[in-house]
Design a protein around this ligand. Structure first.
Ligand code: CMP
Length: 335
């Protein structure tokens, strides 16, 4: 598929080099380039730039592997770690410095770039979050940790034009007139980002009854997923049976329908890159006893049935489930 994305050039300088240069010109300390196994051109470039590199071992762990490599490469005494992506080549040194300044005023928190109100990258984590970053589940990225600690997150608004990421080589033709350079100390694993998806989220009767709707919506928004529709309703028996029809033969089916009709639910449609997996990560395992610390089910679920929330499990089911509750006209385009 041609050159790896981070080696594609803008005005003769690769995206990776632009990011490294911008970091060098910022107040960031030690820089490490995180590379996928087999990324020899990336390694050669890092060496030519005189920047240490680290390999994201266990590539099947996806972003969690890149995050781990970045944390392990951090200096023993580093107060924090800034994760920057090679595909944001227009960020300026001053953008990184804005994040670093915000961090300096509270060096125990998380500082995150936002663009027109939407959370994005880079993100800077204080040392106290390193252990959690090391124990991410496969496929998870740092934003899961930020979502778990939303009370510790400080948002720093940056210029959306400079912060846009270049997900496709053709994005390179849509150049910014402000050709700056930008970030990297841990680069995103892989070059094919997840596609834009929609998923159905249900806040179940147990969580609505316990007044946890707001906290769940807050965690959803803090994770970067966008709400594009939301409503409260009470399912009839027939509606609950229809929604969970794939579980009709399961021994827990009748009890599940009793539970789902026991009070109002809040249903929402979420949108974002890889939204289906991202929301499932945020929810955690079906059984709260198995769910990771900080996930919605760990925080709010009572047991495997009364488990606070539901999320679609695949694009096909998401399409059906969204249509179960929303008309096309109800799904709002967000800016
Ligand atoms: P959800 O993700 O909505 O998908 C199906 C639901 O069935 C699940 O969450 C739980 O609420 C419920 N469920 C799944 N497994 C069990 C089980 N073993 N016992 C009782 N309820 C279950």
């Amino acid at each position: 598929m041609g050159a790896p994305k981070h080696l594609l050039e803008i005005d003769g300088v690769s995206m990776l080099e632009r990011v490294v240069r911008a970091l060098r010109d910022s107040r960031a300390g030690r820089i490490t380039v995180v590379l996928r196994i087999g990324d020899d051109p990336g390694r050669v470039l890092a060496e030519a730039l005189g920047v240490p590199w680290a390999l994201a071992a266990e590539p099947q762990r996806g972003r969690a592997a890149s995050v781990r490599a970045g944390v392990e490469a951090a200096e023993g005494g580093a107060a924090g770690l800034l994760f920057a992506l090679a595909d944001q080549p227009y960020l300026l040194p001053s953008d990184f410095d804005s994040l670093i300044d915000a961090f300096a005023s509270d060096p125990r928190g998380i500082v995150r770039a936002t663009y027109a109100g939407e959370p994005g990258s880079p993100v800077l984590f204080a040392r106290r979050f390193f252990a959690e970053l090391l124990s991410l589940e496969p496929g998870q990225g740092g934003r899961v940790v930020a979502a778990r600690h939303s009370e510790s997150v400080r948002n720093v608004p940056l210029d959306p034009h400079r912060g846009r990421d270049l997900d496709r080589p053709e994005d390179l033709s849509d150049r910014s007139p402000t050709t700056g350079s930008a970030a990297c100390s841990g680069s995103r694993d892989g070059y094919s980002p997840p596609s834009m998806e929609r998923t159905l989220a249900i806040i179940k009767p147990d969580a609505v009854r316990a007044s946890q709707t707001g906290a769940i919506l807050e965690a959803i928004e803090a994770s970067g997923l966008r709400l594009i529709a939301l409503r409260m309703l009470r399912l009839s028996r027939r509606e609950a049976e229809g929604f969970y029809t794939v579980h009709r033969a399961k021994p827990f089916f009748d009890s599940l329908v009793d539970f789902m009709t026991s009070g109002p639910v809040v249903v929402g449609c979420l949108e974002g890159e890889g939204a289906i997996a991202a929301y499932r990560e945020l929810m955690g395992a079906t059984d709260p006893a198995q769910a990771a610390e900080g996930t919605l089910r760990k925080r709010f679920a009572t047991n495997i049935e009364q488990n606070a929330c539901h999320g679609s499990d695949a694009p096909e089911t998401a399409a059906v489930e969204i249509r179960y509750f929303f008309r096309d006209l109800d799904l709002v385009e967000r800016d």
